[in-house]
Design a protein around this ligand. Structure first.
Ligand SMILES: Cc1cc2nc3c(=O)[nH]c(=O)nc-3n(C[C@H](O)[C@H](O)[C@H](O)COP(=O)(O)OP(=O)(O)OC[C@H]3O[C@@H](n4cnc5c(N)ncnc54)[C@H](O)[C@@H]3O)c2cc1C
Ligand code: FES
Length: 301
């Protein structure tokens, strides 16, 4: 039976700012880092960090010329998913890739410096998704919200879903394995790399094809997060290989404000009469069917 529980549409706890101290910022691979933070309670609502899986936060880091260790610059606020959060220690881990100015500055953050986190933002993976019948498919750092969701299921004593994770570079997969093997058993974790150094050689789709006949019978929901071309290819493949499965995608678009105010993150609505969808507000988790995946043919005059 396909579950149709709605995606949660708005965060339950109030949005707050959480000052955080950098505990460690470790390079794990090709421009990929693990940032460990210790959060304090929210500045305004005095609440604990409450990101549900799928939700995200805006990380604020100091501008390059900022001499103070505390940061107030709006310009360098960037959206990220939690990778892991330990409520008992208030430690948050962020798995990130350096792609531009903001993430390059993140990579320079030293232990002891402070950042600020605005959370929780966006919607969440619906509570009705059955983890025992879910396949998570991550590409590169897009694995973060999927790992976070699986870790929350495990913490609640629920079954852990299957995870297929792919990367261009096998050693990048290897470097995060200690975090993953705390959550997934070897029967729940499937790795694919373009170089074939770790896991199966090839893409996540190549890997899923090998297991398709078995998984087609059990998988009700597939959740995908990764680079846009990978998600696009996955959505097309799942439509024919898992025609009855519910497919959710977690988008990682640019976000100027992260709070629904600027419309700088919109994506096209598959409903032709619907408004464009704000990834930060209606998303970042969408039913794949809510979105337009094929570019419309351009008009040449
Ligand atoms: C909800 C959400 C969760 C995210 N979680 C993570 C995470 O856990 N780990 C992580 O590494 N990243 C994550 N991202 C993406 C991250 O926010 C961007 O990589 C970051 O904002 C880039 O900032 P920058 O200043 O370094 O790059 P910019 O200077 O803004 O961009 C540099 C270059 O990268 C391209 N680029 C930047 N961001 C993106 C993007 N999102 N998609 C495609 N191209 C892009 C730009 O077009 C440009 O060419 C998430 C994004 C969202 C919306
Ligand atoms: S980032 Fe401003 S509306 Fe989404």
């Amino acid at each position: 039976m396909m579950l149709t529980a709605p995606l949660l549409t708005f965060p339950k706890p109030l949005i707050d700012d959480f000052p955080a101290m950098v505990l460690a910022n470790t390079v794990l691979g090709n421009d990929v880092y693990l940032l460990s933070l210790k959060l304090t309670q929210g500045l305004h609502q005095q609440q604990a960090f409450g990101c549900l899986a799928g939700q995200f936060f805006m990380l604020e880091i100091a501008p390059a010329d900022e001499t103070s260790s505390h940061c107030l610059s709006f310009d360098f606020r960037r959206p990220f998913s939690p990778l892991l959060f330990d409520a008992s220690t208030q430690q948050l881990q962020i798995y990130y890739k350096v792609v531009g100015e903001g993430t390059r500055r993140m990579s320079y953050l030293a232990a002891g410096s402070t950042v600020q986190i605005m959370a929780p933002l966006g919607n969440a993976i619906g509570e009705g998704v059955n983890p025992a019948k879910t396949l998570l498919v991550g590409g590169g750092v897009g694995v973060a919200p999927l790992v976070y969701w699986a870790s929350q299921q495990k913490a609640m004593g629920l079954p852990v879903p299957l995870l297929v994770w792919g990367s261009r570079f096998g050693p990048d997969l290897q470097a995060l394995l200690p975090q993953l093997t705390d959550i997934f058993t070897e029967h729940q974790l499937f790795l694919a790399s373009d170089d074939g150094i770790v896991g199966e050689k090839g893409t996540v789709i190549d890997l899923i094809k090998h297991h398709q006949s078995m998984w087609a019978e059990t998988v009700e929901t597939i959740v995908v997060c990764g680079p846009t071309p990978m998600m696009k290819a996955c959505v097309a493949y799942f439509a024919q290989a898992f025609p009855t499965a519910r497919v959710l995608v977690s988008l990682e678009n640019h976000m100027p404000c992260g709070t629904g105010a600027c419309f700088g993150c919109v994506v096209e609505n598959a409903n032709p009469t619907g408004l464009p969808l704000r990834v930060c507000y209606e998303g970042p988790v969408f039913e794949a069917s809510q979105l337009v995946w094929e570019a419309k043919p351009s008009c040449h005059h």
